[in-house]
Design a protein around this ligand. Structure first.
Ligand code: OSB
Ligand code: MG
Length: 368
């Protein structure tokens, strides 16, 4: 594909409610979008880097800078001709920055697939027409608010609930939700690396609540700690922040650090590597599910396509647009019986609505 132009856009979309994790509070989704103009179609990429480098080392201003100065010159190197299969190799000598790389690859993939009329789902290897959805609930100010929040999402039809936890806001929250909503609720927790190896006794107290999993209890680089913890608690350990590649996923599993994997394309450098993580886990019988980073409808479309692959065996954090935004960038993703339908149109199958893009864009820069 010949690339005729690339634009970087920043959009700021207010969240319907603040999202609090052990890292801090988000009140808006500040997304960096990559728009690739090919000769026959344009494509969109969404960078999942947050405003501050808390979840990972990347942050949105840094991603814009690294894309502009280091990634796009490599993409353009062959006289502006680039096919998506070669993108990750062209970017490989730049160390790190998986979210920035993933956004560039996503935009080129979208442009290429729109040109050839193939959907993301088909290209990635999806086998399902709809995906089961869970919801990630941020840390709440008190237990009443937590129960109200869970009840609202269950009314909306979500098939499982994930509670964010941190030291001091863990056992009682989980106990209250489990007691109120009963044993049939599919319930899991996400610690976002807020605990240490010294907290084993606290984490063991979660065993009595029959959780589907605990996500990322320890630091991202503490694979041995997770392996030791896995031997001492009954709740299955799922890794998020620790998993940055297919090889890393295979290693973490081989070490006994996790028995379930959360896949986020941005964290592993793009949707093509995400498929390789899926395949690596499938080959050793480890189930995966699709994480989320509060994406707009663009990233959500790609996530839903990814989550339709066969080894995505647990409901993902692929929630409906209304869980995040009053107005999404695209036509909203709407929950249907606890599921989101997988888009079938070319590429992402969705595009930014012109008026929404105009309303939420804070900057727009043509790079070439
Ligand atoms: O750890 O899974 C996480 C959001 C931002 C950063 C990290 C995480 C999350 C979520 C929300 O849990 C998932 C979503 O609904 O998009
Ligand atoms: Mg997580």
């Amino acid at each position: 594909m010949k690339i005729e132009a690339i634009e970087l856009l920043r959009v700021e979309i207010p969240l319907v409610s603040p999202f609090r994790t052990s890292y801090g509070v988000d009140t808006v989704r500040d997304a960096l979008l990559v728009r690739v103009v090919g000769s026959d179609a344009e494509g969109w990429g969404e960078c999942v880097a947050d405003r501050e480098p808390l979840y990972s080392a990347e942050w949105v201003d840094g991603a814009a800078e690294v894309i502009t100065r280091f990634l796009l010159p490599r993409v353009f190197a062959d006289n502006h001709v680039c096919d998506v299969a070669s993108v990750s190799a062209k970017l490989a000598d730049v160390e790190g920055h998986p979210m920035a790389k993933g956004a560039v690859e996503m935009a080129i993939l979208d442009a290429e697939l729109r040109t050839t009329g193939v959907s993301f789902a088909e290209h990635l290897g999806a086998t399902k027409g709809a995906v089961a959805c869970g919801v990630s609930i941020g840390i709440q100010d008190d237990l009443d608010r937590l129960l109200t929040s869970v009840a609202g999402y269950l009314d909306a039809g979500y098939m499982r609930v994930k509670l964010k936890i941190e030291p001091g806001r863990d056992i009682e929250s989980v106990r209250t939700v489990r007691t109120t909503f009963g044993d049939d609720l599919m319930l899991q927790v996400d610690a976002n690396a807020a605990y240490s190896r010294a907290d084993t006794a606290i984490l063991r107290q979660l065993d009595e609540f029959n959780l589907s999993l605990i996500e990322q209890p320890l630091a991202p680089d503490d694979l041995l700690g997770h392996a030791l913890l896995a031997k001492q608690i009954a709740t299955p350990i799922c890794l998020d922040e620790s998993i940055t590649s297919a090889r890393g996923a295979a290693d973490a599993i081989a070490l006994g650090a996790c028995s379930i994997v959360n896949i986020k394309a941005g964290r592993v450098g793009g949707y093509l590597e995400a498929v390789r993580v899926h395949d690596a886990c499938a080959s050793v019988g480890v189930p995966v599910w699709c994480g989320g980073m509060l994406e707009t409808g663009l990233g959500r479309a790609a996530n839903v396509a990814l989550a339709a692959l066969p080894n995505f065996l647990l409901p993902g954090d692929t929630s409906a647009s209304a869980r995040y935004f009053t107005e999404d960038l695209t036509e909203p993703f709407v929950l249907d019986n606890g599921h989101l339908r997988v888009p079938t149109g070319p590429g992402l199958g969705v595009a930014p609505l012109t008026d929404r893009l105009a309303k939420f864009t804070t900057s727009r820069t043509r790079i070439f």
